[in-house]
Design a protein around this ligand. Sequence first.
Ligand code: CA
Length: 420
Amino acid sequence: MSLLKSWVDSANSAATPFPLNNLPYGVFSTAKVDGHCGVAIGDMILDVTALEEAGVISIDEIPVFDLPMWNEFMDLGAEVWAEFRTSLQELLGEGAPEELRKTLKAYLVAQADATMHLPFAVSEYTDFYAGKNHAFNVGTMFRGPENALPPNWLHIPIGYNGRASSVVVSGTDVRRPWGQLKAPDAEMPSFAPCKRFDLELEMGAIVGQPSEGPITVGEADQNIFGYVLLNDWSARDIQAWEYQPLGPFQAKATATTISPWIVTAAALEPFRTSTPAREKELLPYLAEPKPGLYDIELEVTLAPEGKAETTITRTNYSQMYYSAAQQLAHHTTSGCAMTVGDLLGSGTISGPTKPERGSLLELSWGGKEPLTLDTGDERSFLADGDTLTLKGAAKGDGYQIGFGDCAGTVLPALDDPYKR
Ligand code: CA
């Protein structure tokens, strides 16, 4: 696969995250329109809501893009997903007739003039813990290297049910939370602002088709519509005190930031790669009919307030031990119904070496080895005013499938949330 050429010039470079090969789906507003569905092409957005209203495009002659979300479209299923993608590639491809280009040009909006919103209504949110290097690092810090991986880890994609209400789009500020904290040697817990606020570099898989009852990994793979970058903001001091025996709760409920464009599974298809060799044989229901991961290069930058950014980690989605399809299949084993717009966080993606770690908890080893940024600032955990940006792209021959930034700035904690 190489770069597919478009008549939108900015889409024809190796550097653009959004060539014709990609065509990710988002929701945007400008000075003129409010909450329209759009498709990114180069540095522009094709306004498909306006195109549908004008009757230039139509799916099954029903309104599909009339709401500020892609859920209605996802609901229509894989056949419609494929047909629409093909028609977009024809509309925006270099072979499109001049008359058509002229029509479509009126529906192109500069990304620079647009504000992005959540691209879909998040119906439910589950976060997994499926990166082995991350699980081993965190387990080592919390319980020692002998007990780092829980005995179930190599058999089950471990997860917890998160809060859909915590999910926000890139660019949303994140307020440092208060919570119940207890230092290991303290007699009593206290209620105070989090002192160990952290990021988790993850990918989010979006369920595009509902299911009831158990489904196979192959069926799960077909039900995944696309992917976003995901930052699972984490309050480590709150987490350390609350996590046993039922897992994280308030430590993970402040915010979960996702990138604004849904990159479709179809666009990522050329980048499929296998999960790593199994250290323990998996139960048959978790067997993968085909490679379940994607080769997606990831990085995170941290910029102190008013200062330049430093890249603090570089890793790859292919480092996961379990694929999103395995996670989704496992999620349904109980009979748990899955819905359109269900979001599955991959778990923190850390590579095997230190510069590949996907959280500050790991990068600073629990605060024992602070990071020195390019600006000279030191960080063990996040400071107020810090802006974190997750970036990701699958790199092809002369083109890339980019995700668009997943960014957020840390605001200082409130004075006292219970002061009335
Ligand atoms: Ca997480």
